[in-house]
Design a protein around this ligand. Structure first.
Ligand SMILES: [Zn+2]
Length: 115
């Protein structure tokens, strides 16, 4: 049994190559973003959204599936329900914000308590 999301340490996660490409694309269209929330679902689809310094969405939520034309049927049905989230983290724009801001944004955007 894996530990639940509340125990995820942000240092443990970094974007995969395909995610990195998506993140760069999202950031290009979101000048206010300080990072991109990356949510990996148990079916293999991904959910991403740019986040501004207040922890508010700075882009619309983008869902995609690697090497597929569209997201899976399950995601079409439940829109990537929270209960199916495997991993979530924020990929920060460099220079990264200070720890306090990161904590606030993470809590607000992902609901992760980092302490
Ligand atoms: Zn899916």
């Amino acid at each position: 049994m894996k530990s639940n999301n509340n125990n995820i340490k942000k240092e443990d996660w970094s974007p995969e190559k395909s995610e990195q490409a998506m993140i760069e694309g999202i950031l290009e269209g979101s000048p206010d973003a300080i990072g991109v929330a990356v949510i990996r679902l148990d079916c293999g689809c991904r959910k991403m959204a740019a986040i501004d310094k207040n922890g508010e969405p700075a882009s619309k939520v983008i869902m995609y599936r690697d090497r597929a034309e569209s997201i899976c049927d399950k995601c079409k049905e439940d829109d990537g329900a929270f209960m199916r989230v495997n991993t979530q983290f924020i990929s920060w724009v460099s220079p990264e914000p200070d720890a306090k801001t990161k904590e606030m944004v993470q809590e607000k955007a992902l609901g992760i308590k980092t302490h």
